[in-house]
Design a binder for this molecule. Sequence first.
Ligand SMILES: [Zn+2]
Length: 123
Amino acid sequence: MSAGPGAGGRRGGGGGSGEGGGPDSAADLICGRCGRGCRARVLDRHLWCADCVVAARGEAGRVGWMCGAVMAVLLAAWIYFVQQPSAMLLGGWIGAVLATFWLGARAGRELTYGVLRFRHRPR
Ligand SMILES: [Zn+2]
């Protein structure tokens, strides 16, 4: 699942005549995360290219789901061992656990995404 830093970086476009060395004429700015030259209009306001935004969102989503799962398991364990719910209330507790899982996943995703952005913020 984890793409390497160089994966998918194939540059299209015909007629590459230069031997490298000079800056890419199509690139106005450098992506703040992968360092690749990109046109200014494909970078977002944090100076990330589209690939990096997708990659960071995917990574943040994975971490977020793990956060939600951990929180839900902790809540379920607390309910199971401390509250010891009766069969009548069990549905409500399950709903609470599922809500915790969902909200925890969303919160964890946003938090992780924010951390990723902060770590790769433009100088
Ligand atoms: Zn990038």
